[in-house]
Design a protein around this ligand. Structure first.
Ligand SMILES: Cc1cc2nc3c(=O)[nH]c(=O)nc-3n(C[C@H](O)[C@H](O)[C@H](O)COP(=O)(O)OP(=O)(O)OC[C@H]3O[C@@H](n4cnc5c(N)ncnc54)[C@H](O)[C@@H]3O)c2cc1C
Length: 463
């Protein structure tokens, strides 16, 4: 049944002409075609549609295309001059389009508030997303850690496939259209107001304005204020999947040193609040890399920051196990053997085979071992200090690089106020949500786009 629908989609794509998405220049507005089944009366200064989608990122594009495929007359408003600006940056321009985890129960566990996504993933999970893009002409491939990319390695191919999908559904797109506010009466949105004063109305509204991360792409957290004014609870937005700043100057001195498969723990008041294993890099401000991005949400939350630029004084530490595969005893045994085998070599060589040369020099310094000493002269207490550093290297988190470079926003519309099957607001009857505007976020690896496709599909199917 589903395959038949995909087939129809592709046939429609092929048969559609190039001029069917209407790009409306600034402040010049052409009303879309009207048909008796869906058109509404036109009030002074107001034009009405079946559906207005606010925000042309991955979630909004999927929602608009899906609703149009189901027969709705859709109007998409995007503040930029083009859609999907952030989408083009994903996966370093390659777009990690999804995470190939077919077990939905396991998949939802990877997200904060993941249970909310269960129905949406069930209806349109990674398998369906891959099918969708393949049938739109974007062949995909699976890489390390089940990450799925287009074979072409081009995010623009993903964006173009979505724009073709909208074209097939005759979605009208208005670029350079910033929504300034939405107005509701009796629990129902009746007007969408643009910054140029244009007023629009529709039976239903899908809000897909994203979060606050990478504001240069257009995601400036516009939705939060409107939603609070409408009575929705918005969980305080914080940067997530973001590099962290640390206090220790020595860490900055070895910028560029990268580590593979280390274990990173976030410790607050002696308690481990997050833990992961992955790659890690020292930078000129602190630390980054997949392992840091993964635990950054908890570190940022523990610091109680909203902007990510300073700490409130709480002690939040990173504890790094550089050799998670080896026990403390094994590491000590290895160093003990190395001190004999390389007895005449300079101290840093005791770490040969365990760390890079630059990090070894720094660890010798941190252990307060005279670098001119020979391996054979290293005392037991000094060796034990090296073991401690290798197994639990400690850094103090002072902040994050903030929303400017965070890959996602943690926080957003309280999911308790949203129907997980339809993405409909429980407070405003004609309001639906899709994507990062919701208080759900996942780790790196295609999880966040998958969430956008699924919630976009659910919202688009419900209107
Ligand atoms: C550098 C980077 C790399 C990433 N790589 C990956 C990856 O490989 N895989 C992955 O799964 N995730 C990745 N992500 C995360 C992913 O890009 C986001 O989760 C996703 O883009 C969120 O989609 P969205 O549609 O909800 O919001 P957005 O993509 O933020 O789109 C929201 C849209 O709404 C528009 N808008 C906002 N306010 C208004 C307004 N007032 N009026 C009109 N329009 C408005 C914006 O201009 C924007 O176009 C990455 C993020 C970044 C920053």
């Amino acid at each position: 049944m589903r395959r038949a629908r995909w087939h129809v989609r592709c046939c429609r794509l092929l048969s559609v002409g190039d001029n069917q998405i209407i790009h409306i220049p600034n402040s010049k507005f052409s009303p879309p075609r009207r048909d008796p089944a869906t058109s509404h009366s036109k009030e002074a200064g107001q034009i009405q549609f079946d559906l207005i989608v606010i925000g042309g990122g991955p979630a909004g594009l999927m929602a608009a295309g899906r609703a149009a495929e189901s027969g709705a007359r859709v109007f998409l408003l995007e503040k930029n001059f083009a859609a999907g600006r952030k989408l083009l940056m994903t996966g370093n321009g390659r777009c990690n389009v999804t995470q190939k985890e077919d077990n939905i129960r396991d998949l939802v566990k990877k997200y904060r508030n993941g249970a909310f996504l269960f129905s949406a993933f069930h209806a349109f999970g990674p398998r369906q997303v891959i099918e969708f893009f393949e049938e739109c002409g974007v062949r995909t491939k699976e890489e390390e850690l089940q990450r799925v990319f287009p074979v072409s390695d081009k995010a623009v191919d993903v964006l173009n496939a979505l724009l073709d999908y909208l074209k097939a559904g005759k979605v009208t797109i208005k670029y350079d259209a910033t929504v300034k506010r939405i107005e509701a009466k009796d629990g129902h949105i009746d007007t969408v107001v643009l910054s140029d004063g244009t007023k629009l109305a529709a039976k239903k509204i899908i809000l897909s304005v994203g979060g606050q991360s990478y504001p240069s792409t257009g995601s400036t957290g516009d939705g939060w204020k409107w939603l609070r004014d409408l009575g929705h609870n918005v969980i305080d937005p914080k940067p997530a999947l973001v590099p962290l700043k640390v206090k220790e100057e020595w860490a900055k001195e070895i910028k560029g040193v990268s580590l593979k498969d280390v274990e990173v723990k976030v410790i607050q008041n002696k308690k481990t609040i997050a833990k992961t294993t992955g790659d890690f890099i020292f930078t000129h401000f602190g630390v980054s890399g997949p392992a840091i991005l993964t635990v950054s949400r908890e570190a940022v939350a523990a610091l109680g920051m909203t902007e990510g630029h300073d700490s409130n004084g709480m002690s939040v530490r990173l504890q790094i196990d550089l050799l998670p595969e080896l026990s403390v005893e094994k590491v000590d045994g290895h160093l003990s053997a190395a001190s004999k085998e390389s007895a005449a070599k300079s101290a840093k060589h005791i770490l040969d085979g365990l760390t890079s040369a630059r990090l070894a020099e720094m660890l010798i310094k941190l252990a307060k071992i005279d670098p001119r000493k020979q391996c054979g002269q290293i005392m037991k207490a000094e060796r034990q200090m090296l073991v401690t550093l290798l197994k639990s290297l400690t850094l103090t988190v002072t902040g994050s690089l903030g929303f400017e470079v965070a890959m996602v926003t943690s926080g957003g519309v309280d999911i308790k106020e949203v129907d997980p099957k339809t993405m409909q607001s429980k407070l405003i009857d004609n309001l639906f949500f899709a994507g990062e505007v919701l208080d759900v976020d996942g780790p790196t690896g295609g999880y966040n786009l998958q969430m956008c496709w699924s919630t976009g599909f659910a919202a688009g199917s419900s209107v």
